[in-house]
Design a binder for this molecule. Structure first.
Ligand SMILES: NC(=O)c1ccc[n+]([C@@H]2O[C@H](COP(=O)([O-])OP(=O)(O)OC[C@H]3O[C@@H](n4cnc5c(N)ncnc54)[C@H](OP(=O)(O)O)[C@@H]3O)[C@@H](O)[C@H]2O)c1
Length: 479
């Protein structure tokens, strides 16, 4: 017998609980289940009046509560707990049922799980969900992978609970088969790392070079948020910077330990980029910057190292510098997104996912942590030229960087001269200059490799593979 719930959520910590409430508030009957039943009871007791919930105490009760084909969302800790829950539920399901993993799974795990469950006739949808607990409740950006058939059954529900972009488009789309959704979520998080690091570097320059206070910098970010940098991360930066610690009366940022955490997804973005041979230097520097911040012993042992004596700008010089930092931030941000989209292109080619980059940009316009006004522009750029080799191939972005580049360079030069670390600003500029350079020192690298390892090289003037007999008369042989 079929149950009445159109969807079920198992795993009722912050994300699962809010996602279940979101489904219920949108008119769906939601079966809810958690390993520890107290959480299921608490959800129904606290929020039961928000919609129709069916509380299930056992996996059997949970599965029985679902209408067919069953749609069951798993929102538990990523990794082994997800496998354990799948193993618990899969035997209770029938062909055509759909399991959705909304956790932050590694896309290779999703590929493995999808393959295994496909063999048993069960659809497995690895869905990246971004927006934190607030997004889960009021509308996240959802990046589902899996079969097109599963999206046909699930898509309309996801579209209903997802955030809506300003033009009303739901922030979800079928990303592609098996691990495509979790791969795109991983890169989303990598870009998020870069975005946050770039904002952090802008903050430090405004503080250490321009001499602004956190409250003044909050105002600067508020102003930036009314322009082309308009985004969730800039908005919350202003909020965080203007917050004053109640216990000490000091700016909140001055009482928080300056050691940042890095969870799996940012690190994975860089690891996978290395495997795919995609230069994501801005994202990598963001991950490394968190890592450096966490090395307390290393930092303590390095306090004696010499640096320039930073000369703060005069008060009348600071506003012009702040404008230059805005230019630098925008230019670096474009490059960080360019690198992230390159990684998605490479992943899509490697795994045959046929990911539509314009749609990815479109579903990041609302709900997710990197939502930003300029994603509208990225969406239009990819709609106009779906096969662009790089976001920097888009004329309007290239023109904006051209207009920003003098200030971008000045800001980084100032940071270097004053000894303020700006690894992500510098890495993104170096990437930009590498792409536009007529000649790179890779020719010399090839010469060195051929010298010590006979690795051979190609010539600019004719086809073929060559090796120079370095120890002899330096004559060249064709391999
Ligand atoms: N927090 C966020 O902002 C955020 C954003 C996007 C995605 N995510 C992802 O969403 C998922 C859920 O995140 P969360 O922060 O809500 O919760 P979480 O702390 O990652 O996980 C807690 C949940 O997992 C369950 N669980 C753990 N081990 C289990 C096992 N072996 N068998 C059955 N259930 C098990 C817990 O059940 P008990 O109550 O019984 O312990 C609880 O419901 C994670 O994959 C996370 O990475 C989180």
């Amino acid at each position: 017998m079929s149950g009445t719930a159109q969807i079920g959520v198992t795993g009722l910590a912050v994300m699962g609980r809010n996602l279940a409430r979101n489904f219920a508030r949108n008119g769906y009957t939601v079966a809810v289940h958690n390993r520890t039943t107290a959480k299921t009871d608490a959800l129904v007791e606290e929020f039961g009046d928000e919609g129709a919930f069916v509380a299930a105490r056992t996996p059997e009760e949970f599965v029985a509560a679902l209408e067919r084909p069953r749609r069951l969302v798993i929102m538990v800790k990523a990794g082994e707990p997800t496998d354990a829950v799948i193993q618990e539920f899969a035997p209770l399901l029938d062909e055509g049922d759909v399991i959705i993993d909304g956790g932050n799974a590694h896309f290779e795990d999703t590929r493995r799980r999808e393959k295994e469950l496909r063999g048993r006739g069960i659809h497995f949808v690895g869905a990246g969900i971004s927006g934190g607990e607030e997004g889960a409740l009021n509308g996240p950006s959802i990046m589902p992978g899996g079969s097109a058939e599963s999206y046909a059954s699930l898509g309309p529900m996801l579209e209903k609970i997802a955030a809506k972009a300003k033009d009303g488009t739901p922030c979800t789309t079928h990303i592609g088969p098996d691990g495509a959704g979790h791969f795109v979520k991983m890169v989303h998080n990598g870009i998020e790392y870069a975005d946050m690091q770039l904002i952090g570097e802008a903050y430090q320059l405004l503080r250490d070079v321009a001499g602004y206070s956190p409250a003044q910098i909050a105002d600067i970010f508020r102003t930036w948020n009314t322009g082309r940098l308009d985004s969730y991360l800039i908005e919350i930066t202003a909020e965080v910077l203007s917050h004053v610690d109640a216990a000490t009366g000091k700016p909140f940022v001055d009482v928080v330990l300056d050691r940042a955490e890095q969870k799996g997804t940012g690190r994975w973005t860089v690891q996978i980029a290395l495997d795919l041979g995609v230069p994501v230097s801005g994202i990598a520097e963001a991950v490394f910057a968190r890592s450096v911040s966490g090395h307390a012993d290393l930092r303590d042992a390095s306090r004696h190292l010499a640096g320039p004596t930073a000369r703060k700008l005069r008060e009348d010089e600071a506003p012009a510098f702040a404008d230059q930092v805005e230019q630098a931030l925008y230019a670096s941000k474009i490059v960080a997104y360019t690198q992230g989209f390159h990684e998605i292109t490479a992943g899509s080619e490697q795994y045959d996912w046929d990911i539509d980059l314009g749609k990815v940009a479109a579903i990041w316009r609302g709900g997710c942590i990197i939502r930003a006004a300029f994603l509208d522009r990225i969406t239009s750029a990819y709609e106009a030229q779906p096969d662009m080799p790089s976001l920097l191939s888009d004329k309007s972005f290239a023109e904006e960087i051209a207009a920003a580049q003098d200030d971008w360079r000045t800001v980084i030069a100032t940071a270097v001269a004053q000894g303020v670390p700006t690894p992500a600003f510098a890495a993104t500029l170096a990437y930009y200059d590498s792409l536009r350079a007529e000649r790179l020192p890779a020719a010399l690298t090839q010469g060195q490799r051929d010298y010590f390892g006979a690795h051979t090289y190609h010539r600019t003037d004719r086809e073929g593979t060559f090796h120079t007999l370095w120890g002899d008369d330096k004559s060249e042989v064709e391999n």
